[in-house]
Design a protein around this ligand. Sequence first.
Ligand SMILES: Cc1cc2nc3c(=O)[nH]c(=O)nc-3n(C[C@H](O)[C@H](O)[C@H](O)COP(=O)(O)O)c2cc1C
Length: 177
Amino acid sequence: MMHDQDSSRQLARLIRSRRSVRRFAGRPVSDREIETLLEAARWAPSGLNNQPWRFVIIRDGKLRQEIATLTKYGKIIENAPVSIAVFLDNQSLYHREKDIQGIGAALQNILLMAHGLGLGAVWLGEILKNAKRVGELLELPTRYELMAVVAVGHPDPDHKPPVKERRPLAELVLKRL
Ligand SMILES: Cc1cc2nc3c(=O)[nH]c(=O)nc-3n(C[C@H](O)[C@H](O)[C@H](O)COP(=O)(O)O)c2cc1C
């Protein structure tokens, strides 16, 4: 249960220590681990509980290479053993902005769960410039709109991702009323 101080501290530590992982060890990611990531995504909040997220799991090497050509961060996709492409189902929309926000929550759940499992992951957005091409490559109906690709793998033990600093709260809180 998330009610005791210890688990809140653990959660805070998990959130704080997550980094975008862009370098991977060769070791494969199991189907079970992928299920755990998708399960975390599935339990994200969404407006009206609309659950507009859809997923494509990409392990196939040739497909990964093809998708990699669609972003300047393609090397990351090529080197990660698996990528999860996350889509918005435009035929299940209730409110575009809120549906997209819910997908953001699902994406963060994937990243945090990956970190909790000792996996590494990175949210790739630059590829959205070629969102249509990704859908075509995956042979998806046009109702599915790409929101992000998450590259997943075991972190390269010889590379520690740099900590990207965050703005202090004092700059972020506009008012305390
Ligand atoms: C919407 C979004 C798009 C992103 N797109 C990319 C991307 O295309 N390529 C990449 O290497 N990282 C991408 N990132 C990861 C960010 O660069 C990263 O989260 C940020 O620099 C903070 O670093 P951290 O995640 O290690 O704390 C994206 C993150 C978000 C939330």
